[in-house]
Design a protein around this ligand. Sequence first.
Ligand SMILES: [Zn+2]
Length: 466
Amino acid sequence: MTPNTAASADRAELGARVDALLPRTLAELAELVAIPSIADERVIDPAECVRAAEWVRAAFRAEGIPAGLELTPDGSYAVIGHRPAPDGAPTVLLYCHYDVQPILDEHEWLSPPFELTEREGRLYGRGSADCKGNLVAHLLALRSLRGGTPADDAAAYPVGLILVAEGSEEQGRASLDRYAEANPELFRQADVMLIQDAGNFANGVPTLTTSLRGAVDVVVTVSALEASLHSGEFGGAAPDALAALIRMLASLRDERGDLSVPGIASDQVWLGVQYGDEAFRADAGMRDGAERIGSGTVADQLWARPTLTVLGIDAPPVVGAVAAIQPRAAAKLNLRVPPGADAAELRDALIAHLHAVAPWGVSVETSAGELGLPFSADTSGEAFRILSSALTEAYDGTQTVTSGGGGSIPLTTTLSRINPEAEIVLLGVPDPESRIHSTNESVDPEEIRRIALGEALFLSRLVTGS
Ligand SMILES: [Zn+2]
């Protein structure tokens, strides 16, 4: 096959610009990581988030996107900008978020979480991958795309651009969703949305995430006694709320680890790229002898099927526990819902099951949190095809794969409801080694370089469709 010469030329030119601009991009990543933008005022002074928002605004303004700080319903600021498209050209929405997860146990970090630190080629720091690494990848793509053209020149970009940098994504408060619902006009102008908050299936393998599970939390509270009782005097006959809860939680899975809740199907099959057993064991950090649970393949279990996780249990801690029967116990459950399933139906089935299996006449109360709907991308569009081949080129010929996402990005569902015509694609710089949300989060700078190059190639080719 003869390579398209125009495309090869822009690949070489863009590649050289991305390479030359990468050091500056990584320096910017260090600046941004140094701002502890956790959008939780109980953890960090909200002024830090404002400082990060202002940094983002200034950086994108310098690239010719007239961005501003928009207050969203939870009090956080989204940085939003719109640069109208040249006549007849499409508009691309670039999404990322600048807030980060809390750092968890500070002592588990091998280097300070807010100091971008290099170790064996990877850059460590909270948000280095999720999602500040993606944010600077957008900047790198824009900067290399316009090359020497001034940012305010009408010819700087071949497409219209909308920037959406969310300020409280990690808090799960759906604040930007509510903002978008109240201000749908801007979001309706996008033809393509690059949701850069996903990641690569493996290091060096360009990946478009085509499905995401939805999620809902359910809290179940069991009570049976007025107050705690001496476990010797009353134990054996008195209904024990904690024991009842443990039986109920145990009924959620069968011996193999498959869900066993009536009304929640869990035999779906994943048809895209498979996730090897050994790779999964390594990525998950499974100890020798520990077995993977469930009857499907790893991909079936992670991307096609629902799952339930016990997030927390209210019970006395081991240290300080006394010889007493508990009058009350509670658990918080996290239900993940695959595309194709009805999240509300699954939530209701779970709640009905908890009531049905409660033993010994204990009283059961349940409450459910916000419903995050699953998402499934349409992979038949032009943008999907162009981006897929642009990424393959940026990754030196490695075929772009489609994978599922085990996590949830409820915003994708909101955006596709507001603008059903837009093509929504999910990608990003993290790889499985990034350990996003965990301690010692890191990013491979090569992934920032390649994703940015793929993005720049995509933006340059969207108009011509080549
Ligand atoms: Zn994220």
